[in-house]
Design a protein around this ligand. Structure first.
Ligand code: PMP
Length: 343
């Protein structure tokens, strides 16, 4: 069994984190002359809670996870970067990832000067479990998996992820950004069994809060503590903490159901378009679509004011565009534009 504490960089393990002015006082009303703030109340003159206590308790309750196993960041991009900063010695350690996948893992590796080893998915975007295990050595600290995967849209079988959790010698970062659109269950319930599991989720997709920037990371207490010590003290601002808290009362299920239903409609309609060669099965809120001439299709959509993501230069995605599921009207216009290309 991997001991995550041993994987943490020595300098991080012995870090004396910055303690904020308000760490020593948890009472209610007081006279705050400790943080050099402007004393005149306007709703924003005070620093936010650096521990995000109220918000974290609410999220932990919704997710059914002890609050000590939850870290919240400025989008998922913050915990992705923190994973490198906490676990990887620059120029010495390495991280492994599937490819194609979400581009930020590689960017974060490069920023942190950490070798990034990419193991291709199979032709139908399946996991090469043996290849991923074979790529690891004594300097390997992280494995990035994304399920459902961006940009392919498919999820990986739980048995394969579990095998990697059992046999991989480092932390397994499982990005579940799109899990709410999937028929598969989250691995959150397995957290207590695998101390090397780090799950990422986000409020940017199904929860509809991309503009507020709030990412979730779930891991054992020791890893969450290390992340909390390394993060900027005030990483989640006052407005985000408040609005996210209030919005968590919303029921996201009706919108998720609508998006998933539209995904099926759009997939079917796309398959009927003559310019479309293949629509890949998706468990997410987007579809990966292979066309004959991606540049031409992309340009025609742009001319119609419709922006999609051209993934055709990504390894394993030749000819592919990634199309997000929009409102029924947006989807209808996108399909109509593709159909008009046939005339
Ligand atoms: N993970 C995946 C797989 C994503 O596709 C994205 C955004 N496209 C993110 C994380 C980033 O999410 P956030 O907005 O929380 O930074």
């Amino acid at each position: 069994m991997v001991d995550p504490v041993k994987l943490i960089r020595k300098n991080i393990r012995s870090l004396a984190p910055y303690s904020t002015a308000r760490d020593e006082y948890s009472g209610g009303l007081g006279i705050y002359l400790d943080a050099n703030e402007n004393p005149y109340e306007n709703g924003y003159n005070r620093y936010p809670d650096p521990h995000q206590k109220r918000l974290k308790e609410r999220i932990a309750q919704i997710k059914g996870v002890p609050v000590g196993k939850l870290f919240i960041g400025n989008g998922s991009d913050e915990p992705i970067d923190l994973a490198f900063r906490v676990f990887c010695e620059p120029q010495q350690d390495n991280a492994i990832s599937i490819t194609p996948t979400y581009g930020m893992y590689k960017v974060a590796a490069e920023i942190n000067d950490v070798e990034f080893r990419e193991v291709s998915l199979t032709a139908d975007f399946g996991l090469d479990v043996e290849g991923l295990l074979a790529a690891a050595d004594e300097h390997t600290k992280l494995l990035f998996l994304c399920s459902p995967n961006n940009p392919s849209g498919n999820s990986f079988p739980e048995e394969e992820i579990v095998r990697l959790l059992r046999e991989f010698p480092g932390m397994v970062v499982l990005d579940e950004a799109y899990i709410d659109f999937s028929t598969r269950r989250s691995l959150l319930a397995q957290l207590p069994q695998y101390p090397n599991l780090l799950i990422l989720q986000t409020l940017s997709k199904a929860w509809g809060m991309a503009g507020l920037r709030l990412g979730l990371a779930f891991a054992c207490e020791e890893v969450v503590r290390a992340f909390s010590q390394v993060k900027y003290p005030y990483n989640i601002n006052v407005v985000t903490q408040k609005i996210v808290y209030d919005r968590l009362a919303e029921d996201i299920k009706p919108q998720v159901r609508e998006i998933v239903a539209q995904r099926a409609v759009v997939a079917q309609k796309l398959a009927e378009c003559r310019v479309v060669r293949q629509v890949y099965p998706s468990d997410a809120n987007f579809l990966l679509v292979r066309v004959d001439d991606p540049r031409e299709v992309y340009t025609r959509l742009i001319e119609a004011g419709i922006i999609v993501r051209d993934r055709s230069r990504v390894r394993g995605c030749a000819g592919c565009l990634r199309i997000t599921i929009g409102t029924p009207e947006e989807n209808r216009r996108m399909i109509e534009t593709l159909k008009n290309m046939e005339q």
